[in-house]
Design a protein around this ligand. Sequence first.
Ligand code: 5GP
Ligand code: ZN
Length: 115
Amino acid sequence: MDCIFCKIIKGEIPSKKHYEDDRMLIFEDVSPKANLHYLAVPKHHYATIDNMNEQDQEDIGYILKKIADLKDMLGLTNGYRLTINQGESAGQTVHHLHIHIMGGQNLGWTDFRKQ
Ligand code: 5GP
Ligand code: ZN
């Protein structure tokens, strides 16, 4: 399977990793959209939140709890934003489910209707 994030998980593509265990990985987004921009990914490949099985659902809960537990270590003590781009109109480009973690600044809030 030709999946960039599976290759990052296997170490075949280098990344700046901040946390790893047997279920998930947190690494820096190569093209940051905030002062701090990480990606949290389940190690099990599935493309979108439309494709989750029961184990995948548990992985997402596990990842959210882990992000909360690691927020200080990630420099996100004052808050952060989590985003999942799901599907075409949301601009999903990598089809291995990932949660964007953004922070390190005041993020504001975008009115997407103005675009
Ligand atoms: P999406 O648009 O699918 O929600 O987000 C994909 C994200 O993956 C983008 O923010 C993009 O910058 C990031 N990305 C794409 N390729 C790589 C890569 O090879 N390494 C890292 N660290 N991030 C990547
Ligand atoms: Zn994958």
